[in-house]
Every structure is written in C-alpha cells, then in structure tokens.
Write a protein that binds this ligand. Structure first.
Ligand code: ADP
Ligand code: F6P
Length: 485
C-alpha cells in the first residue's frame, strides 16, 4: 500500500535525528514494509511528535541508497535523508558507532579513529542540516537529536540564522579527560554550540560539556551560559546548556496495562515459560554498554552454586539486534549466545530453558505483557544515557508488584533512587541484588514501586519536551528570516 505523500507546507517545528521513527524493510516480493525503528530516542520522540500539529521529522529510513519520497505517517510528515553504502560504513558504523559511541560510553571498548570516517561524518551531517533547513518555516524551530548529528546545529545556523535551534544528546557526554582524545574535538564542540540550547540527560553530562567548552575552546562559561565570541561582523552570542532527563509516554503505557487482552497475554507468557515461581527479565539492544555479559556471568554463578533453582526461576533475555556489521557488536553477539547456550546446556530442565533468549524485536503490546509478567527486571548497563527500559517496567506495574535492579551507571539511576541500585562490575553485588530482589516481601515491593511510580508518572515525556521547548523559546530572539538554502 502506498504511503500518503507529505504536505507541501513548511513546518514550525522540525525534528532531525539519524533515524526516522520507522525503518523501511524490503520484503522478498520487493514491496516495502515500515517497521518501528530501534532505540530509546524513537520510543520517546515518536510519542512527543504524534501530539504536535504539522510535525515534521527528518532522518534516515534505515536502508542504503536513494531516499524514499517524503511521506505522511501517524500525522507526521517524514522527510527521508539518503545514506549510501559509504555513508553507512563511515558516518554511521564508523565515526558515530565506532568512534563516538564507545568514547562517550566510558571507553568500554576502544574507540577507533580514522580520518576518512570524519570526512564522511561532516558530509552526512551537512545533508541532514540542508534537509531540515529546507522544510522549516521562517522563524521556526529545529530540534536536533543525538551524537550522530553534532555538527548539524552550526551548519543550520550558518544557512538559517532566523530559526531557533535546540540540540539534545540522548547518550552520555564524557568527562573532559576522555573527550580530549577525540581528534576533531573542537569542531564537534563548535558544531554543538551552533544551537541556542544544548540539553543532556544527567547533570554530570551538562557539567562535562561545559568543562570541555571551557578547557578546550577557552570560551567564557558563566554557570549554564557559554558566550561564543563574535568574529568580524558576527556578534557574540549566548548558548545555554541544561539537564533534561528524558521519559516515556506514561498514558500510552497505562492504556496498554489496562487492556484485558494484554493482561491475559502476561498470564499466558508465564504459562508458556512453564509457570515458574519467578520470572526475571532483561530487555536491551544487543550492545556492549548494556552489561549483558556481566548479567549472564552473575546468573550462571547463581545457578552453579545452587542459589537459584532453574525449575523455579527463569531468566528471559530479550536482545534486540543492533549495529550487526560493527565488529564489537558481532563479537558481543557471539559471546552472549555462547554463554546462553552453555548455561542452558548445564542447567535447563528437560523441555524448558534456564534462560529464554529472544534475539528479535517485539511490538509494544508484547513488551508490556513481558514487563507485566516479570517479577524482577535486571538493568545492568555499564554506562547508559537514560535507559528507558527501567522506566517502562515501573510504568507497567500499576499492581505495585515487581522489583527493579538498576545499575548506578544508567542515567535513570539519578531519578530512580528507590530501585535496588548496583555496581554491575561487582559480580558478587549483582548476585546478591538478584537474590534480594527474588525474595523481597510483597509489602517492600509495594513500597519500592510506589516511590518509583511517583517519579516516573510525574515526569512523563510530554512534560520533558515542553520543558525543553519552553526553555528554547525563552533563550532569545533569532535573527530576522533570510532565504532558505
Ligand atoms: P537504547 O536507546 O540504548 O536502545 P533504552 O533503554 O533507552 O536504550 O531504549 C530502548 C527502547 O527499545 C525501549 O523503549 C525498549 O522497550 C525498546 N526495545 C528494546 N528491545 C526491544 C525489542 N526486542 N523489541 C521491541 N522493543 C525493544
Ligand atoms: O540514544 C539511543 C540510540 O543510540 C539512538 O541514537 C539510536 O537511534 C538508537 O539508540 C538505536 O541505535 P541505532 O540507530 O544505531 O540502531
């Protein structure tokens, strides 16, 4: 079926992200199927943009080659940007996910530095910037997202000084000692400072960014305000940095948990697992930042030492395929699958797994049923911008049952202080937290969930977006409209 074409209007609010909210998948018969894109950015922003009149989203459609024509989906105009095979290799898999991703996540694996990756990062960023500038109304707002597009704010400003520009980083911003490794660090900072407002998940990310600006560029920083010096006829300008922890569409989650079909699906899932006494759940993109190896190590040891009986307790590990052509991800998949196979070989009762491992995507209804079926959720990230899975679990438990074990290295830990907080590098601590979660009395679960739910339900993604956009609006008047590029 043909997608409706995009409206011909210019838009007051344009979101730019590496990915569109939907990915194009080519079916064996050559037809195109659109599926929800992976990751927390899309989960959060898709629900924000669905509620905006005349919303526009500029991004990649997930396949190499020529971009599809602009089209409408869920009330949004989507403007696909093309990435060819070289862009995917050098901009997406290379500089974004082989350099920036590991550097910004505490060098859990070694970042790779290649000069040709940088050149393609620049040219791809320029393509996103031009596409966004071309569909934005005079005096409009462009909201740029995430580490793949850090040069876009500056590129838009040089073409469209009339628009307000916001940037939000969904992943951590590293301490200056690590950021300094980046060969093109000053260009990246100047790219970000093209925005009027630069937002981060955690307070420490904001402070890291400001410290880098001060130490590496030598710009004046007064609390949250950076003064970018003027050059020639260009006046100095102020850029504000701020902390905006992202969240979920909690109303949408509540609509799902209220649905009797999903409640039945949760019961059915437990039954399909053999009606164990306890179901423990992990949900992650298959990414080395998520601490899946640490989780499996702890789980294997608990089974080995007899602390957990696999006939009573099942671990369900959902691992969404991710960045499968990048070496570190290939290696991770091999290791995880080998370990799951070993643990199942050693411990699974006949006809049932000790670990039910699912390497694929599920729809929101199935994800919610999984959260509702889980007695414990393990979030063991070694570093994570936010981790929406932690918040999704909390939002999915109106019955106030269940225990969240949460890594202190996930951004969510700054807000979800009532969870069982762990250092995932300490395998003994991880094991005792899992056991404590499994034996937690119902009254204690209720107390924990009540406190966690207050935090999540009072700070949903709509209020996050409003807070960011209100602050952007308050930042100052842009220059008068000029001709679009
Ligand atoms: P990241 O952005 O690094 O992927 P988050 O935890 O913030 O991490 O967000 C992950 C999002 O992807 C969540 O909304 C989660 O529900 C979703 N997700 C993870 N695994 C799957 C899966 N197998 N199927 C569908 N959605 C998934
Ligand atoms: O912030 C999380 C995030 O990295 C997004 O930027 C990204 O779109 C998503 O996870 C999934 O990763 P990818 O787009 O590389 O599949």
């Amino acid at each position: 079926q043909e997608a409706p074409v995009a409206s011909q209007e210019l838009h007051d609010l344009v979101v730019v992200a590496n990915r569109l909210p939907v990915d194009a998948k080519t079916l064996p018969d050559g037809a195109t199927e659109w599926v929800t894109s992976p990751g927390g950015l899309v989960t959060a922003m898709e629900s924000v943009m669905r509620n905006v009149d005349s919303a526009a989203w500029v991004g990649w459609a997930g396949s190499p080659g020529e971009a599809p024509e602009p089209f409408r989906a869920d009330g949004m105009d989507l403007y696909p940007v093309s990435l060819d095979a070289t862009d995917i290799e050098k901009y997406y898999e290379g500089f974004s996910n082989g350099t920036l991703w590991p550097l910004y996540h505490d060098v859990i694996v070694d970042p790779a530095y290649h000069r040709t990756w940088w050149d393609t990062y620049v040219s791809a960023n320029r393509r996103f910037a031009k596409a966004a500038a071309a569909v934005t109304a005079p005096g409009g707002t462009i909201w740029v997202h995430d580490y793949q597009l850090q040069l876009v704010p500056e590129m838009i400003r040089s073409e469209r000084p009339d628009v307000r520009i916001g940037f939000f980083n969904h992943i951590p911003f590293p301490p200056v000692e690590l950021f300094s490794q980046l060969p093109k660090r000053n260009q990246v900072l100047r790219g970000l400072l093209g925005a009027d407002l630069v937002g981060f998940q955690r307070e420490s990310d904001t402070l890291n960014f400001l410290a880098s600006v001060r130490h590496l560029l030598g710009y004046q920083v007064d609390q949250r305000t950076v003064t970018v010096p003027g050059i020639g006829a260009v006046e100095p300008r102020d850029v504000i940095a701020g902390t905006f922890p992202i969240s979920l569409d909690t109303q949408a989650v509540t609509a799902l948990t209220d649905d009797p079909e999903i409640q039945e699906r949760a019961r059915q899932l437990r039954h399909d697992l053999g009606d164990p006494e306890k179901v423990v759940l992990g949900v992650d993109r298959l990414d080395y930042t998520k601490g899946i190896r640490h989780r499996l190590k702890a789980w294997g040891e608990l089974l080995n030492d007899g602390s957990i009986d696999p006939r009573e307790t099942v671990l369900v590990q959902v691992a969404t395929p991710s960045r499968e052509r990048v070496d570190a991800y290939r290696q991770l998949r091999d290791e995880v699958e080998l370990t799951v196979g070993r643990i199942n070989g050693d411990h699974a009762p006949i006809g049932r797994p000790a670990i039910s491992y699912l390497h694929r995507s599920f729809n929101r209804r199935d994800m919610t049923a999984l959260y509702m079926a889980a007695d414990v959720v393990l979030v063991t990230a070694l570093r994570d911008g936010m981790n929406l899975v932690a918040k999704e679990y909390v939002a999915s438990r109106p019955d106030l049952r269940g225990v969240l074990v949460l890594s202190e290295f996930a951004g969510a830990a700054d807000e979800l202080r009532a969870a069982l907080l762990v250092n995932p590098h300490d395998i003994d601590e991880l094991k005792s937290a899992a056991l404590r979660a499994l034996s937690m009395p119902e009254e204690e679960q209720e107390e924990m969930m009540t406190s966690l739910r207050r935090q999540v339900l009072d700070h949903d993604v709509q209020s996050w977006a409003k807070h960011f956009l209100d602050e952007l609006e308050a930042v100052g008047e842009p220059a008068p409209p000029s001709a679009p590029i």
